[in-house]
Design a protein around this ligand. Structure first.
Ligand code: NAD
Length: 476
């Protein structure tokens, strides 16, 4: 099939490349000429595991090409996907400026029957809006070119976007045109050979499904974060509570983690956009407002914990703080709405010196933070820990799970460790000599802390003393 994908962001580029990988002929179009020229040379504008190789392979096989030219892109297209950004307006509602501009350009250049499929996350009713813009343009051109419209929201996750696209949980197709549905079913059939996962519905339901899914996921996170705060105050451990809850199959084990708050380009904007839609319909979005506000509050929790820790130690001002992880989640370099940015801003305002490390996101973070004087970008988590009074883990990169904590501690000035993603266990960290703070994890009693510290010291001596009795109980 001949496919045009408009927008070479995370969604458009991954979608187009995966269609090409399935043997289709795909043209990807963007207004950003610099991005398009880079892509022609297999330079990818963002990090996504495995994407570069797929782009290269499919370009070499001449199944994938890049252009800025709408007329050229639409010339042969049977299906045209729209995958441009829908950023928030100040009031939280979705800004449809990019979508409207794409619809106008399609209307200016459409030359034969094409199925126009919207993949961007858009308010309910947007597909009809796109349809009207294209019709208006065709009327202006005094041409009668048939086209159909469909909604096909995208559910890929940054960091696992290729496997999510190749093996989707579900493919939602919203359309009232049988012809469009038949064409899209054929296009997607190769992605669902194992079992049919294509769900057909009307346009508004398809558009709503995307918001509903993201809102549910964000609700789970905010719910766990609210409970985490309560757990800390009441002596319960959110990690144990989570295990206890998850065992109920109606709740399940996935996506139920307390942490530093959700970020990224989707959850924050989609929750606000859905709330804005509700308000427009005179419905007070009580749950959505609470989800958003809880998340905003949660993004301040780590900074508050740092302040509390240093309160009797002269305050945060002048302290050196290492931050592990800048991207909004692991396996991506995307820092849009990342909790790390709010933490950095808050700690800088409190006068801290920051040593930042992230395996991938440093180039993007530099673009945002380059003017900050008290920020140093580091080469590794160990480098960031040098002379630090405290470490704050913000993103749960796998490489942070098994760091040599003894080496880390030996490089630090202080011993405070703020674990924004509950990657470590409080007792083990205490044995290793850290003053540990998790999210929703109560502080260990002072006498137990002392006991664990002594145990750690004995362990340390054991390594130094070859005559030590390894079988002695209580040390492992
Ligand atoms: P992005 O910002 O990474 O990329 C959008 C691209 O569209 C940019 O390259 C931009 O130059 C291009 N563009 C803007 N106007 C254009 C025009 N008139 N013609 C051609 N190109 C134009 O966006 P993204 O992250 O890929 O998201 C796209 C949409 O998909 C959004 O609505 C988003 O909510 C949704 N979505 C994103 C994800 C994700 O993980 N990023 C997942 C699911 C859905």
């Amino acid at each position: 099939m001949e496919i045009l994908v408009i927008g070479v962001g995370y969604v458009g580029l991954v979608t187009g490349t995966c269609f090409a990988e399935m043997g289709h002929h795909v043209t990807c179009l963007d207004i950003d000429e610099h991005k398009i020229n880079n892509l022609k040379n297999n330079v990818i504008p963002f990090y996504e595991p495995g994407l570069e190789e797929l782009v290269r392979r499919n370009q070499e096989a001449q199944r994938l090409s890049f252009t800025i030219d709408y007329a050229l892109g639409l010339k042969k297209a049977e299906v045209c996907f729209i995958a441009v950004g829908t950023p928030p307006n100040d009031d939280g509602s979705a800004n449809l400026g990019f979508i409207e501009s794409v619809a106008s350009s399609i209307g200016d250049h459409l030359s034969h029957y094409t199925v126009i499929v919207n993949k961007s996350t858009v308010p309910i009713g947007s597909a009809r809006h796109i349809q009207k813009i294209i019709r208006k343009k065709l009327k202006k051109r005094q041409v009668d070119i048939p086209f159909d419209i469909a909604s096909n929201p995208e559910f890929l996750k940054e960091g696992s976007a290729i496997s999510d696209s190749m093996k989707p949980d579900r493919i939602i197709i919203g359309s009232d045109s049988e012809k469009a549905v038949a064409l899209l079913k054929e296009l997607y059939s190769s992605f669902t050979l194992n079992h049919d996962r294509i769900l057909i519905m009307d346009l508004p339901s398809a558009e709503m499904t995307k918001y509903a899914s993201n809102a549910m996921l964000a609700t789970r996170i905010s719910f766990m974060n609210e409970l985490a705060g309560l757990c800390e105050k009441m002596g319960a451990n959110i990690n144990d509570v989570r295990h206890g809850m998850s065992a109920d199959t109606r709740i399940g084990y996935h996506f139920l983690y307390a942490g530093a708050g959700y970020g990224g380009s989707c959850f924050p904007k989609d929750i606000r956009a859905l709330a804005a839609m509700a308000k427009e319909q005179d419905q007070d979005p009580l749950i959505l407002k609470a989800v958003h506000e809880t998340n905003e509050r949660q993004k301040n929790v780590l900074s508050q914990k740092v302040s509390d820790h240093f309160e009797k130690k002269g305050g945060v001002s002048g302290k050196t703080i290492a931050i592990w992880g800048l991207s909004f989640k692991p396996n991506t370099d995307d820092i849009r709405e990342a909790p790390s940015l709010k933490l950095i801003d808050s700690l800088l305002k409190k006068g801290a010196n920051l040593r930042l490390f992230d395996p991938l996101a440093i180039p993007k973070a530099k673009q945002v933070l380059e003017k900050e004087k008290n920020v140093q970008f580091c080469l590794s988590e160990y480098h960031a820990a040098e002379r630090a009074d405290a470490i704050v883990l913000v993103t749960e990169w796998k490489q942070f799970r098994f760091v040599n904590l003894k080496t880390v501690l030996s490089k630090m000035n202080g011993n405070a460790f703020f674990d924004g993603r509950n990657q470590y266990k409080a007792r083990e960290m205490a044995v290793k000599g850290f003053r540990y703070y998790g999210i929703g994890v109560p502080q260990l009693p002072v006498d137990l802390l002392q006991e664990l510290k002594t145990m750690g010291n004995k362990k340390a001596r054991r390594y130094e003393d070859p005559r030590f009795d390894y079988s002695s109980p209580g040390f492992d």
